[in-house]
Design a protein around this ligand. Structure first.
Ligand code: ANZ
Ligand code: ZN
Length: 817
């Protein structure tokens, strides 16, 4: 053994050994408890960043720990390989996206291996491989048959810079999530997946996901946004038809002072034909986006249509406005406005001088000043005629029943969740497997003709998708009538591929089916590790796909992920490490200089996984020093020659103390790693033990036996975190079996027991002495020893002992008078 720790001499050699022997290959075994540990797969952008290193180290530590618990562990890795950056790189560097992507994958795979991550590489997948996306295409055509996907011309969010449609989730404060351009609206035919059919299940099952952070569950609940409401019909003065609105607050009905419709509402279109200023206003609305998130903050604008709506209870006439904060895609595209109790309506009413009426009073009878803002809470009804005095909850029922019996209302559940638009006009994605035929319309590509392969050898001219200009791709024959037809040239949203990869890992290599029985063995994922930024989108779609795959009969389980760990960000000088900020530290440099173990140790020691981690050069240095010290300690120990067997009964007190600390450390580390995921405190307690061992200068036979046992325990418990150095030290300590196959060390309960205990002795409640007694001493023995103690006697002599209270193991109180 070298006297100095030289990671560069050991790490790659061990990694090669793991690879050659396929030590991380996961094989289904019904007799063993399985453990599926998954880290979110990376986008192959070119190089790993620190966030990856942190994410993947956490997953690897958990996997290795579970393996030592005797579980049959699977930890796969792959590539979320479709997406825009490849196209942008292609345009910039004139290389096809496929080539750019595959080169990045090769580079990053090597980086992952260099970190010593224990993946089953036989399960590797890349979503841009036709063997992968063909099953997504297959599922899509199945869902088409089931009516779960459909095409619709819809106003979509359009990014004028990326020339693509964006999902609502990709619009952040009215701007493109990628390039920050202002998002516009545009009408084009799109494919949608009916996620709304699963809204109730997606919502209700959240209650059962106890292994998920509450924060994530709450975000998903809000995203789905189920609300109970009422559809209310208003008459229109001088006309026969009615105007429907949707409200969640029918209790405020008597406070309506106007009705507002969306710019795309038929009544708005009609008014635009009559009045030029209305037409101009609608045009202006079409330019600005109305992503739901911005409704609260946007400037409220509107225009009067000249129409009057008739209140369904009072018969009063109220104006009908067109308002920019009313969305066409939600409810009825029209609202009854109650400025007294809805802030958006209040802002609008204040601007246009419409009346603001109070119809809800706070339950505690406090005054509210409606000249300042709306009172939006629930309460009890006032100024509402026959409904006065009801609570909001009672009024919800009474007023909706009133309207229902008069054919002016209907209770309805609505969701904030929209169907998922999956069409993208970009090139680098999975082709949508549909053929458009003049005669037959849209025809799904039959299973025998799948996959629809994306041509990879393409030339980029400008921004548009090259396959839209390739007749050899899009010209085809109709699968139904055999006539001339054209393929769909849009591709899928890349969130499609990441929605089911966790299942494909478990059926990898199957070229006959999307999934097989192996998926039922491995699923659900026992532990998923990834960034909080995926709390809504990716995780909701993954849950949705799981249910789709279940309902076409591919898998049994209802939910894909049992436990979720969302790791915090990696910061530098207090802000997120990112390319755009220019404050990144390249992990490769860290690995080259210090080795993988130091990188891993630093990541796990600097912060608990869910909190953000501040990059620190000093922290890296500290991690490196710690490993050197451990190496040195083992080196010096083995230099002294062979070690005798431990005889726990013959130890002296110092030896027993050290051994107790070692077993207490095992116990703490087991809990910290296995249950709490506080890897940092686990490492801290090992550091304390090492410090104690450095001071333990005992070269006696049993002294060295205690040292040997303690060092072996340290090597075992640190092995999930720093697998290379521990592999080497394990051999150095004379072990011939592979460290990876060792069981997690067991705590020797006997070692934790203290032989002698110190007992406090009080006289009349005052501390008078401390006595040392064997831990096994009984009540009588404790009492007699206490009474005979010299310090105690000074306070008892000459007095009468009335009572002796003994709390075994702790204290004795002698009552005298
Ligand atoms: C009257 C009212 C009074 C409302 C009040 C709220 C408070 P959630 O809870 O998110 O489902 N609304 C309905 N359709 C809309 C549309 N197409 N665009 C914009 N807003 C719309 O929201 C339901 C509430 O949002 C509805 O209840 C309606 O305003 C508004 F004191 O009706 B409410
Ligand atoms: Zn046809």
């Amino acid at each position: 053994m070298e006297s100095e720790y030289k990671p560069e001499q050991i790490e790659e050699q061990i990694q090669q050994h793991w690879e050659d022997n396929k030590v991380f290959k996961a094989v289904e075994d019904p007799n063993k408890e399985k453990y599926y540990c998954l880290s979110m797969f990376p986008y192959p952008s070119g190089r790993l960043h620190m966030g990856h290193v942190r994410n993947y180290t956490i997953g690897d530590v958990i996997s290795r720990y579970q393996r030592m618990q005797g579980k049959n562990v699977m930890q796969p890795m792959g590539w979320d390989a479709f997406g825009l950056p490849a196209e942008n790189a292609a345009i910039k560097n004139n290389v096809p996206p496929a080539k750019w992507t595959r080169e990045n994958i090769d580079y990053m795979r090597a980086q992952l291996k260099r970190l010593g991550l224990g993946y089953d590489w036989d399960r590797e997948l890349a979503t841009c491989d036709k063997d992968y996306y063909r099953w997504e295409q297959w599922l899509f055509t199945r869902l088409y048959e089931k009516g779960l996907v459909y095409k619709k011309t819809a106003g979509v969010n359009w990014c004028p810079n990326d020339l693509t449609v964006l999902a609502n989730e990709q619009v952040i404060d009215g701007k493109c999530w990628r390039c920050d351009s202002d998002v516009e609206k545009k009408d084009i035919p799109q494919w949608f997946m009916k996620i709304t059919d699963y809204a109730d299940e997606l919502l209700d099952e959240l209650d059962n996901l106890e292994g998920w952070p509450d924060q994530v569950r709450t975000m998903q609940r809000n995203w789905i946004g189920r609300s109970q409401g009422v559809e209310i019909s208003f008459g229109l003065a001088g006309r026969n038809e009615k105007l429907k609105v949707f409200t969640t607050r029918p209790d405020t009905l008597m406070g309506v002072s106007y009705v507002a419709v969306a710019a795309e509402h038929p009544l708005a279109t009609e008014a635009a034909k009559k009045f030029d200023n209305v037409a101009a206003f609608i045009k202006e609305c079409a330019k600005t986006d109305t992503a739901e998130a911005s409704l609260e903050t946007m400037e409220k604008k509107g225009i009067d249509t000249g129409l009057k709506a008739i209140h369904p209870v009072s018969g009063e006439h109220v104006p009908v406005f067109i308002a920019n904060f009313v969305l066409m895609g939600y409810g009825e595209g029209a609202v009854m406005a109650v400025p007294g109790h809805d802030q958006r309506d209040w802002e609008f009413a204040t601007k246009y001088g419409l009346s603001i009426n109070q119809v809800i009073a706070p339950l505690n009878n406090e005054e509210c000043d409606l000249t300042k803002e709306a009172f939006t809470e629930k309460g009890k009804l006032i100024n509402s005629g026959e409904f006065d005095g009801l609570t909001s909850a009672d009024a919800f029922e009474k007023i909706s029943n009133y309207l229902t019996t008069r054919n002016n209302g209907k209770k309805r559940t609505t969701y904030r969740l929209r169907d998922w638009g999956v069409s993208r006009q970009r090139y680098w994605g999975a082709p949508i497997p549909i053929v458009n035929c003049d005669k037959c319309g849209e025809v799904p590509v039959p299973e025998k003709d799948l996959p629809v392969v994306l041509p990879e050898n393409v030339q980029f001219e400008g921004v548009g998708s090259p396959i839209k200009k390739m007749p050899e791709f899009y010209q085809t024959t109709c699968p139904s009538c055999g006539g001339k037809a054209e393929r769909e040239t849009d591709t899928f949203d890349t969130f499609m591929e990441s929605s089911w990869y966790y299942a494909r890992y478990a059926s990898v290599g199957n070229d006959k089916a999307m999934l097989d029985e192996r998926a039922n063995y491995w699923l659900p994922v026992d532990q998923y590790v990834g960034g909080i930024e995926h709390a809504i989108l990716h995780l909701l779609y993954a849950r949705f796909f799981n249910k789709l795959m279940r309902d076409v009969g591919l898998i049994d389980n209802d939910e894909p992920i049992k436990n979720l760990l969302t790791q915090g960000m990696v910061l530098k000088d207090g802000s997120k490490m990112s390319k755009s900020k220019g404050n990144t530290v390249d992990p490769q440099g860290l690995i080259d200089q210090y080795g993988a173990d130091t990188a891993r140790l630093f990541m796990m020691f600097a912060a608990p996984p869910e909190q953000s981690l501040e990059w620190s050069d000093a922290g890296v240095e500290g991690a490196s020093r710690f490993l050197k010290r451990l190496w040195r300690l083992v080196f010096e120990h083995v230099e002294k020659g062979t070690v005798a067997d431990l005889d726990a009964h013959s130890l002296n007190d110092t030896q027993k103390d050290i051994r107790r600390q070692a077993h207490e450390t095992i116990s703490k580390v087991s809990d910290d790693i296995g249950r709490r995921f506080t890897f940092n405190t686990a490492i801290a307690s090992v550091m304390e033990l090492i410090n104690a061992l450095l001071k333990f200068n005992d070269d006696s036979e049993q002294g060295r036996a205690v040292m040997q046992e303690s060092l072996q325990s340290i090597v075992l418990v640190l092995s999930p975190i720093v697998p290379h150095i521990t592999h080497e030290l394990w051999k150095t300590l004379g072990q011939t079996s592979l460290l990876l196959d060792q069981a997690w060390p067991k705590v020797d309960e006997a070692a934790l027991v203290k032989d002698s205990l110190q007992i406090i002795v009080q006289v009349n409640g005052k501390l008078r002495s401390r006595i040392d007694l064997p831990a096994s001493a009984g009540k009588d023995e404790i009492e007699q020893t206490a009474l005979k103690d010299e310090n105690v006697k000074r306070f008892t002599e000459g007095n009468q002992v009335v009572k002796v209270i003994v709390v075994p193991g702790k204290l004795v109180n002698i009552v005298v008078k």
